[in-house]
Ligand binder design. Structure first.
Ligand SMILES: [Zn+2]
Ligand SMILES: [Zn+2]
Length: 222
């Protein structure tokens, strides 16, 4: 499987691509065919990264916050042949060659995190969310994801109330220690504009912990 990060930022990024370290709001494309989150910057990313929009077959949505769901984006993609797949906690769906499991995350009541499998390859996508829920950990133990994407909204900032619905980096590092052997590759995404240092510094810090920092346009095969 392949994941292409179309956007890796949180909702606080200015709507201005010229700002230093600009990130689009978070979304990702799996094997050209499954889009996670039809957010407001998705069409811009599709154009910049040369994505063939006609190959997008399925659209999943983690939750309805504005940075992850944009009706205009969704409507356009539906006209191009994609299907919107609604999910709720504990759903197990077959989408072509893929199995998708949905788990409630620790963010808002209706956020869905996804386990997406195709043969031996398995993705865990956990945006947005703070500490993993027990059912998610059980799914990770069971499926042993080849790649997992974690929320890293809050940076190394401490005493920030947002850690109750998003991770700071110490939380990601702590979780990784507990499930280190269950996941092959760790990636963080959904970085906030106001709560992070620059990308290079963040990469250096996270490399010490074996964690990859996503950026817009990053593609990883797993
Ligand atoms: Zn978000
Ligand atoms: Zn959210």
């Amino acid at each position: 499987m392949k994941i292409l990060f179309l956007g890796t930022g949180a909702a606080d990024f200015p709507q201005d691509k010229t700002v230093h370290g600009f990130r689009r709001t978070s979304s990702a494309l799996i094997d050209s065919s499954i889009l996670i989150d039809p957010g407001p910057w998705v069409l811009d990313a599709i154009e910049e990264f040369g994505v063939d929009v006609k190959k997008i077959k399925y659209i999943l949505n983690t939750h309805l916050h504005d940075d992850h769901y944009c009706k205009d984006t969704l409507d356009y993609l539906l006209t191009q042949g994609a299907t919107f797949v609604e999910t709720k906690d504990k759903d197990v769906l077959s989408l072509g060659d893929y199995t998708v499991e949905a788990y409630r995350g620790n963010h808002t009541e209706k956020v869905c995190h996804f386990i997406i499998k195709n043969g031996e390859a398995c993705l865990f996508y956990g945006l947005d969310g703070a500490w993993l829920q027990y059912e998610e950990i059980r799914a990770i133990w069971k499926h042993k994801p080849s790649l997992a994407v974690f929320d890293a909204t809050v940076g190394f900032v401490e005493k920030d109330w947002r850690v109750f619905e998003h991770n700071n980096l110490n939380m990601v590092i702590e979780m990784k220690k507990s499930i280190d052997t269950d996941i092959k590759k760790y990636v963080i995404s959904h970085m906030a504009y106001t709560l992070h240092t620059d990308h290079q510094t963040l990469c250096r810090e996270m490399e010490k912990h074996g964690i990859t920092v996503a950026y817009d346009g990053l593609e990883i095969e797993f």
